[in-house]
Ligand binder design. Structure first.
Ligand SMILES: C[S@@+](CC[C@H](N)C(=O)[O-])C[C@H]1O[C@@H](n2cnc3c(N)ncnc32)[C@H](O)[C@@H]1O
Length: 319
């Protein structure tokens, strides 16, 4: 897959706000090169793969900060550049210095993307309670409520930062009470299964059509002791799967959600939840209508940028 890197050169104080703007436009993740981080490191030392590294040998910003984001080929970046530029510049209205606020784009091939990603992928708080931590970073929760998802996403989808994953995580936080049985369809890196366990789900089964994803998910489950009893296997949607689940979650394209709707209905008990994400704006009403047609009650629709998530529930007799 081809990727586009979009970089905004700005000030250290605007880093978070600029990152948010890039994420809401569908960036898969952001990398931050902030002179302040290097100033902090200069007093100590930086260790990578057992070797002490001289901070000054690492190419970095000499002033301010550069926030770079990677966009998959499904997003036509030239189209969103004017809007991003305008939104970054308007941060001054909130008292943030953003200058020079220059926006540049470059094409990146898959090999470079994988390497760059690993180099710059840092812990990211993805919801109120969940923080994704790359497996090669040391990170301690900042509060007693913060739960960690340790990941090495490799080539599987699911770094935790994509809007469709974040919508799924938000929805899971809404419906999970603790002790449920959950099925994760299209698990990718396993991020949602690990999150579910961290949020108190009892039993989790995870499936993916792609063996690369299954292997990646297993590796990530092994990195998270809380998820050690999650079972992951290759499977096409829920075909041939038996045994009820109180929550079924799927972050897959709308076209693939359609055949999953009747399968999910059959495995959910009354009041069970069907959480779907990965739905582009133009397809949201088709997915909602199909779920209602099946008999589901739509509890909530969630939106981030151009992406939609839907929380549906199998109603009881009295609903
Ligand atoms: C958008 S990724 C979601 C990954 C992860 N669950 C997340 O939320 O970040 C969709 C995943 O669904 C898988 N997938 C696509 N079609 C599928 C199918 N028919 N059955 C099972 N998995 C499928 C893909 O291989 C991919 O890993």
């Amino acid at each position: 897959m081809d990727w586009t890197e979009l970089s905004v050169t700005t000030t250290s104080e605007a880093v978070e706000a600029v990152s948010n703007i890039l994420m809401t436009h569908g960036a898969t993740g952001v990398q931050i090169d902030d002179v302040k981080d290097f100033e902090k490191l200069r007093d100590g030392h930086w260790e990578q793969e057992g070797k002490i590294i001289d901070v000054d040998e690492i190419p970095h910003q000499l002033t301010g900060a550069k926030v770079s984001a990677y966009f998959p080929e499904t997003i036509f970046v030239p189209e969103i550049v004017p809007e991003i530029t305008q939104q970054v510049q308007s941060l001054t209205k909130f008292g943030l210095a953003v200058a020079p606020a220059t926006v540049e784009t470059t094409a990146v091939d898959e090999t470079n993307w994988a390497t760059a990603w690993k180099k710059y992928y840092h812990p990211v708080q993805v919801t109120r309670f969940l923080t994704v931590v790359p497996s090669w970073e040391k990170y301690e929760p900042q509060s007693s409520d913060e739960r960690l998802i340790v990941l090495d996403p490799g080539m599987a989808f699911g770094t935790g930062t994509h809007p469709t994953t974040r919508l799924s995580l938000e929805a899971l936080e809404m419906v999970i009470r603790g002790g449920e049985r959950l099925i994760d369809v299209g698990t990718g890196s396993g991020v949602l299964s690990i999150a579910a366990k961290q949020l108190g789900v009892g039993d989790v089964r995870a499936y993916d059509l792609d063996q690369v994803a299954v292997d990646s998910a297993q590796k990530n489950l092994d990195l998270n002791p809380v998820a050690k009893d999650v079972k992951v296997a290759a499977n096409n949607l829920l075909t041939g799967i038996t045994g009820q689940a109180d929550i079924i979650v799927a972050n897959i394209l709308a076209e693939i959600i359609m055949p999953l709707i009747p399968q999910a209905w059959d495995l959910l008990p009354v009041h069970g939840y069907f959480v779907t994400s990965g739905i582009i704006a133009e397809k949201a009403s088709d997915v909602i209508v199909a779920q209602e047609h099946q008999g589901f009650k739509i509890v909530q629709t969630l939106k981030m940028g151009d992406w939609f998530g839907v929380v549906a529930q199998k109603p009881g007799e009295d609903d």
